[in-house]
Design a protein around this ligand. Structure first.
Ligand code: ADP
Length: 197
């Protein structure tokens, strides 16, 4: 059982890594971006509210995001653990998540940050744009997402670092090697916690 967060700039591969890491720990990977995309596809009210923000690379307002996540964390499969991908993205969301977890008598075990240099990020995202055609993978929108990441999500890393639960893994290189390094770092943190170190 583990309650984990994965952090990293857009294009860092966190969605892919999240799937593999979550499978290893037998917990659901919960991606707020994927949840939003499902709502948009299914044309729900929430999807209608979110899509204009997403298409411009802006953050969806917190009342929408937090309500959606709260609902998802209440599903049975998240009771024993989860790996959050794409949340929290701001220090305000850090506080919202703290509140959700406190309400449930739960706490985070670790926050894993993937690091990739900016040049590689841009390359990867433009490639993904060609392969998958995500509507927010255009050059100006990518730039905006990177800017928001620097401005608002970097401080999230700092917050978890101050709590002593931040793990950092280099996100450049072979997919499998990165997954292995991430799993090893998380297992190390869980083991340390188990002995109360
Ligand atoms: P990326 O990490 O590549 O930017 P995501 O799939 O995580 O992609 O997110 C896509 C979009 O969904 C974001 O640009 C934003 O509009 C919206 N979104 C996802 N998570 C959040 C969040 N925690 N708060 C606000 N908006 C979010």
């Amino acid at each position: 059982m583990a309650r984990l967060i994965i952090l990293g700039p857009p294009g860092s591969g966190k969605g892919t890594q999240a799937e593999h890491i979550a499978r290893h720990f037998r917990i659901p990977a919960i991606s707020t971006g994927d949840l939003f995309r499902t709502h948009v596809r299914q044309k729900t009210e929430l999807g209608a509210e979110a899509s204009a923000y997403m298409d411009h690379g802006e953050f969806v307002p917190d009342h929408v995001t937090t309500a959606m996540l709260r609902q998802r964390l209440d599903e049975d499969d998240a009771g024993e653990g989860f790996l959050l991908d794409g949340y929290p993205r701001t220090v305000i969301q850090v506080a919202a998540l703290d509140e959700m977890l406190t309400d449930r008598g739960q706490a985070l075990d670790a926050a894993l940050a993937l690091t990739v240099d900016d040049h590689e990020l841009l390359d990867r995202m433009l490639r993904r744009a060609q392969e998958q055609g995500r509507s927010d993978d255009t050059a100006p929108v990518i730039r905006r997402r990177l800017e928001l990441y620097r401005e608002h999500t970097r401080p999230v890393l700092e917050a978890y670092s101050n709590r002593g639960i931040l793990l950092t893994v280099n996100g450049s290189g072979e997919r499998e090697a990165i997954t292995e390094a991430a799993i090893a770092a998380i297992e190390g943190a869980l083991a340390k916690k188990a002995v109360g170190a």
